[in-house]
Ligand binder design. Sequence first.
Ligand code: NAD
Length: 419
Amino acid sequence: MADMHLNPFENAQQQFDLAAEKLQLNSGMRRVLRVPQRELSVNFPVKMDNGDIEVFTGYRVQHNVSRGPAKGGIRYHPAVDLDEVRALAMWMTWKCALVNIPYGGAKGGIIVDPGRLTMPELERMTRRFATEISILVGAEKDIPAPDVGTNGQIMAWFMDTISMHRGYTVPAVITGKPVEVGGSLGRVEATGRGVSIVAREAARHLGMKLEGATVVVQGFGNVGSVTADLLHKMGCRIIAVSDVSGGYYNRRGLDIPAMIEYVKKNRSLAGYKADGIETVSNADLLELECDILAPCALENQITEANADRINCKLIVEGANGPTTPQADDILFEKGIFVVPDILANAGGVTVSYFEWVQGLQEFFWTEEEINNKLERIMQHSFEAVLHQTLTHKVSMRMGGYMVAVARVAEATQIRGIYP
Ligand code: NAD
């Protein structure tokens, strides 16, 4: 089963091609939007605590900036590669267009297991990477944010480094910062909050009651843990969650607040024990019978190899790219309703946008204002995609792509081809 359409960039291009075909985009526009505009690869040295020098490889890719400055997270993970970053950058372009915020798409990453580094090593690596990609980033041109393996502290080091170069503090150069240094209230929870909002909207559309609905969540980091917590608070029964250490399953429901506390202390769910819990593999977890499945870890989790055995009514994609195009076709045939990543996890970039706006105007909003604005944008975006989906009798992914790609193509067309 090796090598079955698991290159994320090829998958992203295939998703784009399908939408371009449906929208009947002209061939010139297809050629423009199919590839990233800019790609920067950097190899840079970092002094380790024991005096050794290690060289790390990182990337920053800007896919398209027709609608505004580039926006997208930075990932620290051993499996980062250029094609993954390209795919993530392209998905950011569509996501920002879909929720109609004035950004293009970008992404960055370093090939590293951050858990292996001490805090001082992590700080030195982050500051050197920020310096290496500083030729691309800036509040008015490219604004990074957290992704897998990065967090508010790393964003603060990044902001401080760019500020030291400039000689003054530039909070709007990056989002996902701690509130103490210009971060936005509600940003930490924003992606999971958005996932729970679209899950609620999709359940309403499907006539599914959230009270007592069974939920499986893969990944228990920023996105997965907040999604599980908020769906739990909406009355759902979270029957299984997982992280890199494996899956934890109890048909009668898990104690999500206790699991979040456990991860705060122990960094992962490894070793978590409670009455009635069985352990399952990440692969088996995806196939558990449930109402709602929320993949919130990495790409390529639902593929042609397991799509047929997925046993839920609704999938909300907290992760980017968890479903391959081949799996999409199988899920569509099976009648599983999929809320695609570019819609489902857009809450994060939406509140990042709020953080950027607040930073630029040096005027901050209450958490209630932020959550209300987020709620409105997620609801409107869900309705726009559903409308497109029902009108054209296509999947929600295709509906979402049709809205997003049309907006980016239109902006590109209006601006014209320079020179
Ligand atoms: P994170 O680093 O906070 O958490 C990742 C989680 O996935 C951890 O629990 C980790 O143990 C788990 N994991 C890693 N490898 C796994 C594997 N092979 N199987 C199962 N679990 C595994 O990252 P995050 O910010 O929560 O991001 C998760 C996903 O959501 C990514 O696809 C990311 O691109 C996407 N996303 C994040 C944001 C954001 O604001 N952080 C926004 C939009 C989309």
